[in-house]
Design a protein around this ligand. Structure first.
Ligand SMILES: Nc1ncnc2c1ncn2[C@@H]1O[C@H](COP(=O)(O)OP(=O)(O)OP(=O)(O)O)[C@@H](O)[C@H]1O
Ligand SMILES: [Mg+2]
Length: 252
């Protein structure tokens, strides 16, 4: 395991956002974190990525207990997080966004544009991302393409763990498929991926392990061999409620 939590807990005042949650992510594997709104998914990944400090249990990096002081500290240990709002600049080109905050420099600190464009093009290509023109503004890309650029950027920056908070939730079926493909690519390049989603149909095909959260507590972490897609779907908080809702909404 690269990154692991053991019975981790986090409270916000009187709200217990996480209670005794254990999970792990290994190199070349995808760990999916599933749960309904307010289940604690974002809180968990904010602990993994240095935004929040846990106040119970342990966070282990390569088996050693750690507590990241900041997102920068987590990033310095190779833990990269792609948030839903992505922190990209829509009017800036794809290659500029690719290097945002980590621009390659020639001597005298001048920004090396030619290198940046070439490297961005090569890295996107290596991930199989087909962007016609790296000079086009990021704002003209589809949501799925933007997520893909963010994933390629994290891979390029040398991330060991890639955390994605609901990268497919705002996307249609086809675009979600595109993002799932890049998650698999990042996995195949040896990264440990933590993939947060509401959707068991997005999680199941790409996931190796599945952590189910319900109101801050774990319903278990399952290896793929130990859980079917049907079971995963029905375990998801809201599964039973949805069946009830469907029943209620039925025409008389
Ligand atoms: N900074 C905070 N201050 C106070 N309460 C918080 C804070 N962050 C999260 N919470 C609470 O912790 C609980 C878990 O929230 P969290 O955002 O982790 O859920 P989530 O599973 O990511 O939900 P969603 O699917 O809606 O994104 C919620 O009850 C939420 O209100
Ligand atoms: Mg969330």
């Amino acid at each position: 395991m690269i990154l692991q939590t053991r019975a981790i807990g986090k409270a916000f005042g009187s709200v217990l956002a996480l209670r005794e949650v254990s999970m792990g992510v290994a190199a070349g594997q995808v760990t999916c974190v599933l749960g309904d709104n307010g289940a604690g998914k974002s809180t968990l990944i904010k602990i993994l990525s240095g935004v929040h400090r846990h106040d119970a249990g342990e966070l282990l990096l390569d088996g050693v207990p750690v507590s990241f002081a900041s997102p920068r500290a987590a990033l310095d240990h190779g833990i990269a997080t792609v948030y839903q709002d992505l922190a990209m600049i829509p009017l800036m080109s794809v290659w500029r966004n690719f290097f945002l905050g980590s621009e390659p420099r020639k001597s005298f600190g001048r920004f090396d544009v030619a290198t940046a464009r070439r490297v961005a093009r090569e890295e996107l290509h290596a991930m199989g991302i087909d962007i016609r023109d790296v000079d086009q503004p990021v704002g003209t890309l589809s949501g799925g393409e933007r997520q893909s650029v963010a994933i390629a950027r994290a891979v390029h920056l040398g991330a060991r763990v890639l955390i994605l908070d609901e990268p497919t939730s705002a996307l249609g079926v086809k675009q979600a498929g595109v993002v799932l493909r890049y998650i698999a690519r990042a996995r195949d390049r040896g990264l440990g991926v933590v993939f947060i989603t509401h959707n068991p149909h997005h999680a199941y095909p790409v996931g190796d392990r599945f952590l189910l959260l319900n109101r801050g507590t774990s319903l278990g972490e399952y290896a793929k061999a130990d859980i079917t897609r049907e079971r995963l779907t029905s375990l998801m908080a809201g599964g039973a409620e949805l069946e009830q809702l469907e029943h209620e909404l039925r025409r008389e």
